[in-house]
Design a protein around this ligand. Sequence first.
Ligand code: FES
Length: 148
Amino acid sequence: MLGCRRESGPSKGATPSSGPTERAGSASPSPEEEKDLIVIDLTPYQEQLGRPGAGITVQPREDLPLLIVRTERGHLRAFINVCTHAVCPLLPDPERRRILCDPQCGHGAEFSLSGEVLVGPATRRLFQFLARESPDRTRLIVDLSMPL
Ligand code: FES
């Protein structure tokens, strides 16, 4: 079993202080707005993220592990890559179109592609941020100021 620990939510440390940033739209962002946006280059993952249920794990910042998953409707969601039961990492299961708590954890929680608990022992949905894929599907803009 991994060294998981029980935790109830994302840490306050999830607010970025550095890293790649981008502002969507034409208005000039304030420094506060700018630092809340993280841009993930999807170019290396085009094939991996091509179908519903597929996912990747990325870590745009040391304190920000993310699981990016494509939904049934073809949108991308950005979850914090920790299970809400005891903070083990998550894995996409494209065949079953689910998100799994890492089997090495030994607890067995499963989540829908929208983050809802399907199988316990987790009782809370996954933590996620508002995310928007660029029209050409090469970038994902994650807004850390918008937890969902
Ligand atoms: S950490 Fe226990 S089910 Fe995920």
